[in-house]
Write a protein that binds this ligand. Sequence first.
Ligand code: GRG
Length: 253
Amino acid sequence: MRDNIERALRACLPSEKKEPKTLHGAMRYSVLSGGKRIRPTIVIEACRACGGSARDVMPMACAIEIVHTYSLIHDDLPAMDDDDYRRGKPSCHRAFGEAAAILAGDALLTLAFNIIARISCPETAARASLELSEAIGAGGMVGGQALDLESGHEIGRINELKTAKLFEVSAKLGAIAAGAGRKETDAMARYGLYFGRAFQVADDITDGAGYLKASGAPRAKRDVLRMIKESKKNLAVFGIKANGLRRIADGLI
Ligand code: GRG
């Protein structure tokens, strides 16, 4: 599956040989830099669990990974986390300059919605762009980042918006691509949301930051396990077709 995702991502991105070459280079550099591709894998597995095929859902999987990459590029900027490295390589602004990195993030976000707009079923495309825009805008990922930049906001709320909403919409888009009904789509969304919460706490434990600082290691570890269990509970309705999603959740442990 990983190879298919890489191939599809490559095909979505503008060529480095075409102007503006620096912008295209920065976009390709950041997307094709060896991420774990957890979010697109969740999109595909959620679609499979709802009876759809990996091929049908690939545009949505790519759109989600492209949004994720935009968020990493902007998060690494000097005005945000000011990180020199990402995925073991110089971060986008270190490799291409700050202006190019800002534009690469902007262009990737736009590209994600362009990919969704091209989905052949107009209803699916409209629903997917509505869900995605709500998950990643001021009421979702960007809003979470804004709260994180201020002080005094509850860490669970920040994590939910900044990280979990993108996982929630990943699972949801998979269900939507498969034409799942309301009950299945809601169950998928809850799987993604709880997985996303667990993912951020696990990341904080690894980094020694955020939730770990606020709650201490024993509680943070207990909470990850509880959130993973809560996440997997929502898969019961899909039977063995959701084994891929169960493995992803267990992989966090
Ligand atoms: C600046 C628009 C904007 C948003 C920032 C999501 C986010 C909000 C920032 C990303 C930075 C960050 C530390 C997010 C927390 C989630 C997280 C641990 C991301 C890393 O995800 P992985 O581990 O990364 O899936 P790979 O490299 O494997 O894709």
